[in-house]
Design a protein around this ligand. Structure first.
Ligand code: NAD
Length: 451
């Protein structure tokens, strides 16, 4: 059994059976058996079934939000927003089955055409920070393209994924189309990676585990998409609306208690504006409401586990240049106060490693070239922001940054209809938007002789 904890209380929230190799093999067998019928479902009917699933999720939205908030320790307001995105993701990809277009290509002697074929059984491995949201980014396009899926949630947060399996069945999807195995990564996850009947692995998690997945998948030349870690830069130029940039900066790194792959955890500030920016940032960080995830006004909850808190605390030791420290409850729960370190060198450990907790590093820069150099001096390339009133500079810097998802005068990265994914060691492939379908289909080329 897996004992699922509630991070805000350290109490056991649920006990669920733990899947091992046998259960994973059984799930793959069910998915394989369901594949021929699912891919043969007419596109309009497959779209209708995905809309029914979206409707069923919408009906259960409040209950799922509460479950996610309790299990992941995230503020209920955030969890509600995430469940809305889950519903939107299934609705968006319900439009895909009827729009999986091929091409005709002019060739001599006949007609040449392409088809987007499903892959078969797809293994989906997801982390604990946005459990059902990240699962939906994978399940929805995979199903829309005609694949069947085996989803492996993180051991710490399996509850909403297990609900998804039940909801999909109740919404009318055939048995075996959506399968969930709640088991340890090294057992259930590893088995999916090695299983000869799994055509592809879509993974979200740490760069370290992603590297192992790429290696493991090589054995059977599985298709792989990887959404990995980040150390994103929030670049604030002196000509920006500094008050807005400072007011928005805390939640861009402390949202989800910093356990966000898109966290703008390196705040690069033009040196001439540093004092003004820090003064405004202090007000914003000290005003953050850290507390009970089920309280409507909470903006930041606890960390996911005792282990995570220990790992985050190691970055704020006695020598750390703590410039701002917010509040955190003093009671059971894996709490950690939002913390800003300043000044930090881009070579310091706090600026190089993904802390995955509420710790931000403020790094001063001298000019545009210096900002671009510092922002790109990382193994990661997932997300980032640029704050300036100079439109040409914003576009120059946006083109120069080696990162997959950028925002100008905003810190939002993720939309259902736009591609999301990383450069460099932040991953391979794109999720969401029209691009995700490429990752769940093979292009087949057919030549038909007419002479
Ligand atoms: P993790 O890599 O430890 O685990 C992710 C998933 O992989 C879990 O389901 C886990 O059980 C499984 N797993 C672990 N070891 C495995 C193995 N050997 N074989 C197969 N599966 C295995 O990551 P985490 O701690 O759950 O999540 C945090 C990480 O996820 C951070 O690095 C974060 O940046 C990253 N993340 C990335 C994105 C993105 O879209 N780029 C989004 C969210 C989180």
């Amino acid at each position: 059994m897996i004992s699922v904890l509630e991070p805000a209380t350290e109490q056991v929230l649920a006990e669920v059976p733990q899947a091992g190799v046998e259960e994973t093999d059984a799930a793959v067998a069910r998915a394989l058996a369901a594949f021929p019928a699912w891919r043969a479902v007419a596109p309009g009917e497959r779209a209708a079934q995905l809309r029914s699933l979206a409707d069923a999720l919408e009906e259960r939205r409040e209950e799922l939000a509460t479950l996610e908030a309790r299990n992941a320790g995230k503020p209920i307001a955030d969890a509600r927003g995430e469940m809305a995105m889950v519903v939107d993701t299934f609705r968006y990809y319900a439009g895909a089955p009827e729009r999986l277009l091929g091409e005709t290509i002019p060739v001599p002697g006949g007609v040449d055409m392409t088809f987007r074929e499903p892959l078969g059984v797809v293994g989906l491995i997801v982390p604990w920070n946005f459990p059902l949201t990240i699962a939906s980014w994978k399940v929805a396009p995979a199903l829309a393209a005609g694949n069947t899926v085996v989803l492996k949630p993180a051991e710490l947060t399996p509850l909403t994924a297990l609900e998804l399996e039940r909801i999909a069945l109740a919404a009318g999807l055939a048995e075996g189309v959506v399968n969930v195995v709640a088991g340890p990564g090294r057992v259930a996850g590893q088995r999916l990676i090695e299983h000869p009947d799994v055509a592809k692995i879509a993974f979200t998690g740490s760069t370290e585990v992603g590297r192992g997945i790429a290696q493991g998948a090589a054995g059977t030349i599985k298709r792989v998409t990887l959404e990995l870690g980040g150390k994103s830069a929030n670049v604030v130029f002196a000509d920006a609306d500094l008050e807005r940039a400072a007011a928005a900066a805390p939640l861009a790194v402390f949202g989800n208690a910093g356990q966000d792959c898109c966290a703008r955890s390196r705040i690069l500030v033009e040196r001439s504006a540093l004092d003004r920016f820090m003064a405004a940032l202090e007000v914003a960080v000290e005003g953050l409401r850290v507390g009970d995830p089920l309280d409507e006004s909470t903006q930041m909850g606890p960390l996911i586990s005792a282990g995570q808190r220990e790992s985050v605390a190691a970055y704020v030791d006695g020598d750390a240049p703590v410039a701002i420290r917010g509040s955190a409850p003093e009671r059971p729960g894996f709490w950690f106060p939002p913390t800003v370190l300043c000044p930090v060198s881009n070579d310091d450990r706090a600026a190089r490693e993904e802390i995955f907790g509420p710790v931000a590093s403020v790094i001063p820069f001298v000019d545009e070239a210096d900002a671009v150099r510092l922002a790109n001096d990382t193994i990661y390339g997932l997300s980032g922001s640029i704050w300036t009133r100079d439109g040409a500079k914003a576009l120059r810097v946006a083109r120069a940054l080696e990162t997959g998802v950028l925002s100008v005068n905003s810190n939002t990265s993720v939309r259902v209809g736009t591609p999301f994914g990383g450069f460099k060691q932040s991953g391979v492939g794109r999720e969401l938007g029209p691009h995700a379908l490429d990752a769940y289909t093979e292009v087949k080329n057919v030549f038909y002789a007419t002479e």
